[in-house]
Design a protein around this ligand. Sequence first.
Ligand SMILES: *Cc1c(COP(=O)(O)O)cnc(C)c1O
Length: 282
Amino acid sequence: MIPSPLSSVTLDGRDFLIKRDDLIDPYLAGNKYRKLYTLIKTPKERYRKLVSYGGTQSNAMLALAALCKEKEWSFQYFTKPLSERQKGEASGNYALARSLGMEHYEIPHEYYKERVASLRFNLDESTIVVDQGGAAHLAKEGLEQLACEIKEINSDIRSVATPSGTGTTALYLALALPEYRVYTTPSVGDALYLKEQMRVLEMIPKNLIILEPEKKYPFGKPNREFYEIYQKLLACEIEFDLLYAPLMWKMLLEQTSEPILYIHSGGVSGNASMLERYKALI
Ligand SMILES: *Cc1c(COP(=O)(O)O)cnc(C)c1O
């Protein structure tokens, strides 16, 4: 594979190098590309069906839909019930994933946990279940590939940053880059919760540093500070996602001072529906 390209931005007087994983593919990009790398390389004959579950704004959902379309696998996706607003959205990840052939199943709240826990019961050989957000050991190989690309960059930078949801990306990247610092931020819940999720997968290495905001930012809730950072970056001609990236950038600006390589984690396709929600705020 050809390494993803590099760009640079100057933000608040500081230069940052950006690893443009967002440019890998329109839908199957960013860290979802890295996390699904093993499946992307899997011959299409290996499976006939992929099953997953999680949020309906999710970038992982869209990446899986794109993967299944390419592989000609059917894609079943389980979620909690959708709001009417979301069902009607003509843009954003949900609409895109449906257009790529995703079969969507809404599970009532009271049965959701049970249903998800039962997805692996009586699985046949030709079906694969991918956990929420693609959080699995499956992610390791693709992130090792990213680590190799980072080591080949001709630069003295030894600090990289990427935002966390489940923490899978930051964790496997830190494990594959012991000679680098890997900064991340908890987007969903606090640092303690993020560490719990990471520990389910592997021991957390010392070079992984979680930068935590003083204030809580509810996941997915539009806020002015995030929008300002998004706009500033857009003025540098790079679009970042509105869910994860703004907090990571804010923490880097406030809590670090050394040169940093930012790993663009993708997710820009979700901005259309997020920007709709931002309209009320701006
Ligand atoms: C999914 C996602 C993340 C979080 O990745 P994890 O491996 O779950 O921590 C970060 N940024 C973007 C844009 C994403 O889509």
